[in-house]
Design a protein around this ligand. Sequence first.
Ligand SMILES: C[S@@+](CC[C@H](N)C(=O)[O-])C[C@H]1O[C@@H](n2cnc3c(N)ncnc32)[C@H](O)[C@@H]1O
Length: 353
Amino acid sequence: MRRNAHASELPVKKVLVTTVPGIEDLLLEEVSKLLPGKGDVRKGRVIYESACALDTDRLYRLVANLTLAEKVYAVLTEARAENLNDVREAVFSSLEDVKLILEPAASFAVEVERVGAHPFSSTDIAKVVGSVVQTLDPPPPVSLDDPDVVLYAELVESEFRLAIDLTPFVNLRDRGYRVYIHPSSLNPVVARALCKLARVSDESSFVDPMCGSGTIVIEGLLEAPRARGFGFDVKAEHIIGARANAAAAGVHAEFGVADVRKLANLLRGGVDAVITNPPYGIRERAVGGLREVYERLFEGAFSVLREGGRLVLLSPLKRLVARAASKLNWSPENVRKLDVGGLTTFAYVFIRA
Ligand SMILES: C[S@@+](CC[C@H](N)C(=O)[O-])C[C@H]1O[C@@H](n2cnc3c(N)ncnc32)[C@H](O)[C@@H]1O
């Protein structure tokens, strides 16, 4: 992320923050804790109006502290746009602000996101935005490979926004600690959301009994560094990888090789939360069979959870979850639908009575 001296003078009051569809409410809560103001949610987005002007320091502090965000933008203008002419007018209306960020002689690129049916393409929108920006005198240079500023234009149905990309060329889900890549590793933003749903705190202990590369355990410990975080997996290579990832993240986790079917024997002292994304049987095989693994996971969680403790589970396999839970007469407190990389999946929260 580059700092731009001129952005400190910008009268930016709104940010657009994107995330995984299904956890927008959790992101809104997170933004609200970091910045006084109010916000709205859209699919995969939070649009947030700060109560105070956002100078660069505030914006960069926000970006640095968000854990559930994928991209962050500072909004320059918003308008209804039915056609390219409306887009052109909206960009013209914010040209003074664009000038402030682009001076002196800063190069720019335009990125576009278009959602909905329109009789024009994203490239058409990019051309309109670029051509309006180049009416500035002198016209700022375009650089697609190494721009000083990335302007972001989105048209979602007929909602148009022009913004500055505060996270250019990166996605905040790409955490730096991933030195070992698991073939089915979980998006860390989703892992963090699961930890929040499990109410992981410094006073709590939690376990991911099918932890793979340790994403959930690491995110839980980044959320609450004094918590006790345990991770197990049936495959030794994943546990070696999880340890390397935890070391890179600078967290202290307790990992071991174990089969989820032995969960009840692993943590006799009990834990406050079991948080996991078991195999779906698509890319990742369940050792012992899917049905057996889901049923034993539920039995194990039921036995190791303390009173009031939470089982938070992410899976697209609704029937298997329902079957395993019903065997224990256990009903979820809450189920939410997430779109994780194009796959519809469900985050369940079960509370141990
Ligand atoms: C979907 S992956 C978890 C990925 C992990 N959340 C991450 O980000 O790396 C499911 C994991 O369950 C493990 N697994 C499969 N059967 C198991 C069993 N019977 N006991 C424990 N772990 C098992 C697999 O080895 C795999 O690492």
